[in-house]
Design a protein around this ligand. Structure first.
Ligand SMILES: *Cc1c(COP(=O)(O)O)cnc(C)c1O
Ligand SMILES: [Zn+2]
Length: 427
């Protein structure tokens, strides 16, 4: 992979060839998160905005020269990427804004943003399996811990290529996400503990059994899959980058990925400014918000409890906290803290203004925009994108709670017109 220059440790700055280390910088236990660095000159000679305009492939692979895979790498058949960017004029008007778009990644094959990362894990694992055929180790098992969506994404993409996998999720993950894992045929471990417990167990298991490890942040290639969302956003906006992007934050891998993608586009000269990135966190899981507000060192700050109705952004110790902090501080963005009730209220608010049904963590990006307007962080002329990271069908219990909270009820009616008329008269 000549377009990948090296992997750089975000703690000590040491640089490694991509075949020299697999996951983290060996000098800092599990915390030495690596960043993939590219040769933009070479990439720019292989792909351009003009060549993209001619490319009929609407999946993330349209950006293959910008991804850490071989040019001829085989990719799974599911269509990952190409999600819609909707202009949300009514939502904008309600907030006194002019230009708001919703990027709907609830539309990806397993219904969350995580497909963008998990597909990268599957391609990298298969690359590894091929290179180790020589060592008679042709079959490889992929593993991940997850609050649910990264697992469902890995599970579905593995099913599409018959790739064995073992998944660790907290036993309290929403039923829909667990159902996806079982339907796709993964080996499922329901961990009697939190996501953080599941993560630690998965790291130990991967080391013990020699499995390929997809874990967020720990695996440096997850960021690289996630960055494809901003390539799409900028391309969908005619390479006129937005001024502000709102995204919810748990482990911080998505927000770090968005930042990375934007840095790539700036380096290539395809966009002319860096958008401000706003990270939205739930009150009960606000590690990044606190660290940002108080100027704390994310490497020494103690974990928080991580309790929130938005299960996908429950992370007591955000695994990608170095990249997640840089995404906000280096772009003049901010971290924004919102309550669980505000997040729930955003589910129907976003749905009714745009037709996009989000799970709690997806709706939290909308809540963050509401707060930013209140705080004066955005101006009427800003071009703003909010990212829906997961489908509302992922968490029906959360959705039902949200409509109950805003007082929307279904009507019960006898199967005759007279009773319908009685009910209609009460509305
Ligand atoms: C994983 C996830 C997030 C948060 O992403 P991080 O990389 O953990 O910050 C937000 N929303 C949804 C729906 C997710 O699945
Ligand atoms: Zn290091």
């Amino acid at each position: 992979m000549e377009h990948v220059k090296f992997l750089k440790c975000l703690i000590c700055g040491k640089e490694y060839a991509s075949d020299e280390v697999e996951y983290v910088c060996p000098d800092h236990g599990n915390e030495g998160i690596l960043d993939v660095r590219y040769d933009y000159e070479l990439i720019g000679s292989r792909i351009s905005r003009e060549s993209l305009a001619q490319n009929p492939d609407t999946t993330v692979w349209r950006y293959k020269p910008l991804l850490p895979v071989q040019p001829d790498a085989a990719v799974p058949p599911l269509t990952i990427g190409g999600t819609p960017l909707y202009k949300a004029d009514r939502l904008a008007a309600e907030l006194g804004l002019k230009h708001v778009w919703v990027k709907d990644d609830g539309r990806l094959p397993t219904a969350s943003f995580k497909d963008r990362a998990s597909v990268m894990a599957v391609v990298k694992a298969q690359e590894k399996a091929q290179s180790s055929i020589v060592n008679r180790q042709s079959s490889i098992v992929i593993t991940t811990a997850s609050t649910g969506n990264a697992a469902a994404a890995l599970s579905g993409i593995c099913a599409s290529v018959k790739q064995p996998n073992v998944i660790f999720v907290p036993e309290k993950a929403p039923q829909a996400k667990i159902a996806q894992l079982l339907v796709f045929g993964s080996t499922v471990m329901l961990v009697k503990g939190t996501y953080d417990d599941a993560f630690e167990l998965c790291l130990q298991a991967a080391a013990e059994y020699g499995w390929y490890n997809r874990n967020t942040a720990f695996n440096p290639y997850m960021t690289e899959g996630k960055k494809t969302a901003v390539y799409e956003i900028c391309e969908q906006l005619g390479w006129h980058a937005p001024d502000a992007i709102f995204v919810s934050v748990g482990d911080g891998c998505i927000i770090g990925g968005l930042h990375k993608g934007l840095k790539d586009l700036l380096a290539l000269g395809w966009i002319d400014h860096m958008p401000r990135i706003y990270g939205v966190q739930a009150e009960g899981s606000a590690f990044m918000y606190e660290a940002w507000r108080d100027g704390e060192d994310v490497l020494t700050k103690a974990p928080v409890s991580g309790v929130t109705v938005a299960d996908s952004i429950s992370a007591g110790l955000p695994r990608d906290r170095i990249k997640a902090l840089a995404a906000v501080t280096e772009t003049n963005g901010a971290y924004i803290r919102v309550s669980d009730d505000e997040i729930l209220a955003s589910i129907p608010a976003l749905a009714r203004a745009t037709g996009v049904f989000a799970e709690p963590a997806g709706a939290a990006a909308h809540t963050g925009l509401l707060k930013a307007v209140e705080l004066g962080l955005v101006s009427a002329d800003d071009r703003i994108v909010i990212l829906n990271t997961g489908s509302g069908l992922k968490d029906v219990a959360g959705a039902m709670k949200s409509v109950e909270m805003v007082g929307t009820k279904a009507n019960r009616v006898e199967p005759n017109l007279a009773d319908l008329q009685r009910v209609m008269a009460t509305l």
